[in-house]
Write a protein that binds this ligand. Sequence first.
Ligand SMILES: Cc1ncc(COP(=O)(O)O)c(C=O)c1O
Length: 365
Amino acid sequence: MYPEIDTPALVIDLDVVRANVTEMAKVATTNDVGLRPHIKTHKIPELARMQVEAGAVGITCAKLGEAEVMADAGIDDILLAYPIWGEPKLRRLAALRERARVRVSLDSPDVAAGLGRLGLRTGSPVEVLVEVDTGMHRLGRPPGRQTADLVAEIAAIPGVEVVGLLTLAGHAYRSRSWEELLEISRREGEDLVATAELCAREGVELREISVGSTPTARYAAEVPGVTEIRPGTYIFNDTTMMRLGVATEETTGARVLATVVGRPSPERVVLDAGTKCLTSDGLGSPGWISAVGLPYLHMEFLNEEHGVARLEPGHANYGELPVGSRVRLVPSHACPVLNLFDVAHVVEDGEVVTELRVAARGAVR
Ligand SMILES: Cc1ncc(COP(=O)(O)O)c(C=O)c1O
């Protein structure tokens, strides 16, 4: 399998990626919402451009560093879904705003005050989205009165313009049934729309309602009043999306190619991919890392350089997977895995066609 690539290596299946990009673009057009993919999943400008060419209205980044790389590549509409705090970052944001339309999400008047100073200094208000906590309990206040009060407070700060509300229903990742996932998705949209209506009654008109992780985007997009979805992981999917029922092995597009380097016992298979190539996210859940076409191979644990897997007890083919065999591993969480590789090897129609630089990897500031 791909003898021209030495392992461990990141392999991106372009056919799968194109299909995933097209499918989510269709979700957006069908529901008449904007698609603003989160590029922290791939960190690759060429893939961001593919998403925009397929109809995305712009991109979402978490970090200024990611946004700078994407602006260098000509992406000119960026949502920084992260509170930007401190003078060094505000200076970089000012420079970025000269090259792209940039919106920022936040959940505090303190962060808004810094942005307001920048807006006044440059004579152009910084557009912000106020983050709402729809159940993940990360950033944001609960929907309704508490958020409406925050919106009013931030809207009164000179130099910022509150254009909308944003949420990430990250608790959907923990949903235990399809019904629960659908309910979280619906609430993600409805809670924000109701909060925006409350803000409007109190004099602050909001035009953007931005929702949607990969598990929830397809369903939150259907809620009337939602204007934008921001899935990221959908471009590659991973075993978490498979567990949640929104992906299958066939729709996973980023795999770690690994070689068997040890068979110390009939059932144990040691691979040359550990935590330097894969993430321990999801460790302990069944199928947290899967091997394409090998449902009877179960990853047990990762050290830095070793992935230790086990063939199912009593499996007929203990002779399978001798040293030197190659396997394609589907990670439990695609985004941090991309952050571990300088380049991605791209395959199309089963052939290795090119390499892409993971240009925004390590952009933590
Ligand atoms: C603010 C924000 N929006 C969108 C996303 C994309 O979600 P997902 O990775 O489920 O596609 C993330 C992911 O962490 C996020 O933090």
